[in-house]
Design a protein around this ligand. Structure first.
Ligand code: NAD
Length: 539
């Protein structure tokens, strides 16, 4: 697997995307920031916290910082609002999502600007968030009521016991979200909670709080009671534990390390938690793959949102017989990606979000190269484009001792490995404690599906990078192993925010000795009944 057949190293730096006339300062004026900041739950004279725009390094926003006491206030307000909200018919609650969907599509340019300004990603990748949130809104707006309806279940005694499974809201959901998909991961996870009759106290990452605050405003415009979605801002280790401490259920998205801490705090309080965590995702190119489609797909898989996407690909396994040709096409396409930070469509990849991200990416690449890896494309920071740009990078000859081999880089860096047999490819893909997403490329869809069944990941995309599985919002999405617990999307994504309640009503006969039967006769009668029910296939 470690043989590194020489592949023509592509030359040159990635081109710059055409510039855009609009600047971050003009797209996110101080008046907009001030208006959105009023949506933060922070009382008294709060301390202020500042964010900068990754694309340029200039000051972006000044926001109030919530304290743990503010988090408590947020829960009090949310709890009060939740009672009235849960009493509304479910279709009225779902109607808010349907209106939100329409408003979001109409007003998408506003939030595309905010997402780009806060994350530095290309507009096309910001649009993926609009798509994801719109799909979730429409899905839960339409299907939410049927996921939640009462369901008749087989009773203890046929005919005599009428049993119904009902779904009750948990109450107030504590939701903690990261910076990388600020619209999708704040609003997308909150929407099913609202339909199920809950309130939400959300702690977005401070860096991307404006996007969450904008989405909250839009939901209020769509009919959500203002107190139902509380947003608190502050450092994770300071107010994150307070969000968990008061929650009736926790919805966390972020790193595996923080997820473990959150899970332990939730477990200590005996409240449930869903955890959407990190990954080291693999893509397999089989010998029969359409190499052009696979190369294009691999570019999307590895470099969307500059690789700062939990389901993006960081390990690429290619069949030895097509490796040379595939890597030539993949490297060519990668080197041609246009990098840029204009607030307009046109760039293929934007910048990283923070110094911390740039440091990790640089360290992983430099260490690997020093230890003998070869750069097939990219490999350099691009300060000429902005403070946090790094080229989309393909590494060959990566070996197990290198950090980039096993650790999540969470940046635009992929390592390529060759395989000879399917078994070898599956074993290599599964050789990680993570289990979030994978991608398989082959002209034979059935073969791809058969391999998918052997991969230890919550989603597998056959002949697509990640959007096919993630966009299938009717089906569950989440991670196995160190990649998480629980699922978003589909029935799992909404039922996690409910308590199941069984209401069983007994008719005519009690389930106890009666009508003069003594205990022994009662036991004999029930034994006979159970045998009869078995024969009749009622039980
Ligand atoms: P992170 O764990 O550092 O932070 C995530 C959130 O948790 C932030 O809001 C942060 O402020 C908060 N937080 C930090 N410490 C906390 C604590 N002690 N208690 C409670 N909350 C705390 O993660 P990150 O670096 O911001 O995000 C990147 C990570 O998220 C990557 O590992 C990525 O794979 C993962 N991610 C996973 C998914 C998924 O769906 N599986 C989606 C996006 C990102």
């Amino acid at each position: 697997m470690t043989d590194t057949t020489a592949v023509g190293q592509t030359t040159g730096r990635n081109p710059a995307a055409p510039g855009a006339a609009r600047t971050v300062a003009s797209a996110v004026p101080a008046a907009l920031v001030a208006r959105l900041a009023r949506g933060v739950t922070a009382t008294g004279e709060p301390e202020l916290v500042h964010t900068t725009a990754p694309l340029t390094g200039e000051r972006l926003a000044t926001l109030p910082r919530s304290t743990p006491a503010d988090v408590e206030v947020a829960y009090q307000l949310a709890r009060r609002a939740q009672k009235a909200w849960a009493a509304l018919p479910v279709r009225r609650r779902a109607g808010v999502l349907l209106r939100f969907h329409d408003l979001l599509l109409k007003r998408q340019d506003e939030v595309l600007d905010l997402i780009q300004a806060e994350t530095g990603k290309a507009r096309l990748h910001a649009f993926e968030e609009v798509l994801g949130a719109a799909l979730a809104a429409r899905h839960y707006g339409r299907k939410g009521p049927s996921y939640l309806r009462d369901r008749r279940r087989g009773g203890a005694m046929p005919v005599l016991t009428h049993a119904v499974e009902a779904r009750r809201p948990k109450g107030v959901i504590g939701q903690i979200s990261p910076w990388n998909y600020p619209l999708e991961l704040s609003v997308g996870d909150a929407l099913p909670a609202f339909v199920a009759g809950n309130a939400v106290v959300n702690k977005p990452d401070t860096q991307t709080a404006l996007t969450a605050l904008w989405a909250r405003e839009l939901l209020i415009e769509a009919g959500l009671p203002a107190d139902l979605w509380q947003i608190v801002i502050g450092d994770g280790p300071v107010i994150g534990p307070a969000v968990v401490e008061h929650a009736d259920y926790v919805s966390f998205t972020g790193s595996t390390a923080t997820g473990r801490d959150v899970a332990q705090r939730a477990a200590a309080r005996l409240v449930g938690a869903s955890l959407e965590l990190g990954g080291k995702n693999a893509l397999l190119v089989l010998a029969d793959a359409d190499l052009d489609r696979a190369a294009e797909g691999a570019v999307r898989a590895c470099f969307s949102s500059a690789g700062q996407l939990c389901i993006s690909i960081e390990r690429l396994y290619v069949h030895r017989s097509v490796a040379e040709e595939f890597l030539r096409r993949f490297a060519e396409r990668t080197s041609a990606l246009r990098l840029g930070g204009g607030l307009a469509y046109g760039a293929d990849m934007g910048s990283l979000v923070s110094d911390r991200q740039l440091e990790t990416v640089t360290r992983h690449v430099e260490e690997a190269v020093k230890a003998g890896a070869t750069v097939l494309a990219g490999g350099q920071a691009r300060p000429d484009l902005g403070p946090l740009f790094f080229e989309p990078t393909i590494l060959d000859g990566v070996t197990p001792g290198m950090a980039v081999c096993g650790e999540e880089t969470f940046g635009p860096v992929v390592s390529v490995y060759r395989f000879d047999t399917e078994d070898e490819a599956v074993e290599a893909a599964n050789s990680t404690t993570y289990g979030l997403n994978s991608s398989v490329w082959t002209k034979d869809a059935r073969r791809g599906q058969a391999i998918a069944a052997r991969l230890h990941t919550g989603t597998v995309n056959v002949n697509e990078a990640y959007a096919a599985a993630y966009g299938s919002v009717a089906a569950p999405m989440g991670g196995m192993g160190d990649s998480g617990l629980g699922r978003r999307h589909g029935s799992d994504g909404i039922l996690r925010y409910t308590e199941a309640q069984t209401i069983a009503t007994q008719r005519m006969l009690p389930i106890a000795p009666s009508f003069g039967l003594d205990d022994e006769k009662f036991a004999a009668l029930f034994t006979t009944s159970l045998k009869a029910l078995k024969v009749l296939r009622f039980k």
